[in-house]
Design a protein around this ligand. Structure first.
Ligand code: FMN
Length: 386
């Protein structure tokens, strides 16, 4: 794409939320790498996440960090249930901040999708092969005693007092995240994990205060957000990721009107940004349920944003600068998150700025790179003129 006057380059304008400034509107989406031991971050996380800060993103999210050991998806998940976990993440937050991005964490409980294999080891429930490697199954919990699908582990239905204990763990994880130096915190309430399993009528068949009608099914996520907001510093933004619909393009399960209602209630409880994903109640959220086009979740963000006034982040198949810019200009989103594209190209934000013609002199790149890159261009021109 060549630089064009058509672009207002909202993508590269700053955004202030509470006491925090996003240097632009690009965010690295939470992405599990399943490379921790006992939930503790290591040099993998420093390099993997650090490179996205060098790549120009405004905020760099960790992968889903479990609020208790039982809430990990796999044995390799990151955790944030103790001060040791916070200490292990400190070098990561320091590096990201020193390089101009906001260290951001997603806190999560996997619910009935816990005790799974890493994607490249099968992506199903743990089995004998995993046991032979020393990675045994553990007891899992959910809104109702129903597995993700047949053949998967059966979760135990959470009692009301066990729900309260898990919510306390979310709040205490937020405290550890603040101690670790994170600036932005997101509660994971999407993709079929514990909080989403309460929201969706496809997975919540309770008859008590945490099930039944919409208000009952929303209770877990809303109370959790309240408890986290009470601990998470007032000057720092709180995000909640939701599956805007259970099934893209179908009126089945949790729907967009439900998300609008939820977003309004979250905003009233001090949630600053609703992160609009979709799907995942009984499979991978990244799997297509039908044809998906670039920026296909824009309409979810647009409706949630316009009907509630809450800020939104939109994620999913945002592959180029034009699509990202359109999501912002059209009012679908205040922030745009990228996942796989950033795995492919960690410098995605810098490249998008070049595409929009807003960083012609490489000023936004680390100076260790920018000085060289400015001088590299004439060399290329010379070579191509030969
Ligand atoms: C390797 C990988 C790991 C992921 N892990 C998480 C996660 O920890 N939490 C989450 O909310 N979404 C997770 N996702 C979903 C991404 O955050 C993102 O929503 C999804 O990949 C769609 O965006 P994309 O099309 O830009 O990749 C993951 C996706 C990938 C590819």
């Amino acid at each position: 794409m060549s630089p064009s006057d058509d672009f207002s380059a909202l993508l590269f304008s700053p955004l202030d939320i509470r006491g925090v400034r996003f240097r632009n509107r690009t965010v690295i989406s939470p992405m599990c790498t399943y490379s921790a031991t006992d939930g503790l971050a290591n040099d993998w996380h420093l390099v993997h996440l650090g490179k996205f800060a060098l790549g120009g993103a405004a905020a760099v999210f960790t992968e889903a960090a479990a609020v208790e050991p039982r809430g990990k998806i796999t044995h390799g998940d990151l955790g944030i249930w103790s001060s040791d976990h916070a200490a292990a993440l400190k070098p990561v937050t320091n590096f990201i901040r020193r390089n101009g991005a906001l260290p951001s964490i997603q806190i999560a409980h996997a619910g009935r999708k816990a005790s799974m294999q890493r994607p490249w080891q099968g992506n199903g429930p743990l089995d004998d092969t995993d046991r032979a490697r020393g990675e045994d199954i553990w007891d899992i919990v959910a809104a109702s005693a129903e597995p993700v699908k047949s053949g998967w582990l059966m979760p135990a239905e959470l009692s009301v007092s066990a729900i309260s204990d898990i919510q306390k763990n979310f709040a205490s994880a937020a405290g550890h995240a603040a101690d670790a130096g994170f600036e932005v915190l997101e509660i994971h309430s999407a993709h079929g994990y514990l909080a989403h399993s309460f929201l969706s009528p496809l997975s919540n068949h309770r008859n008590d205060a945490y099930g039944g009608d919409l208000a009952g099914r929303m209770r877990f996520t809303l109370e959790t957000a309240e408890k986290v907001r009470a601990v998470w510093p007032n000057d720092k933004p709180l995000f909640v990721r939701i599956s805007s619909v259970d099934v893209d393009g179908a009126d089945e399960g949790w729907g967009l009107a439900d998300s609008v209602a939820l977003a309004g209630e979250l905003k009233a409880r001090g949630v600053d940004v609703v992160d609009c994903s979709s799907g995942g109640i009984a499979g991978l959220a990244t799997s297509s349920q039908g044809p998906r086009e670039q920026g296909f979740r824009g309409p979810y963000g647009a409706r949630i944003r316009s009907e509630t006034g809450v800020a939104t982040m939109v994620v999913g198949l945002v592959l180029d600068a034009r699509v990202a810019e359109d999501l912002l200009v059209s009012g679908a989103a205040d922030l745009v998150a990228v996942g796989r594209e950033a795995l492919y190209n960690p410098n995605w934000p810098h490249h998008m700025a070049r595409d929009l013609g807003v960083d012609a002199d490489y000023a936004e790149w680390p100076e260790q790179y920018g000085w060289w890159l400015v001088r590299r261009e004439p060399l290329f021109k010379e070579a191509s003129d030969d």
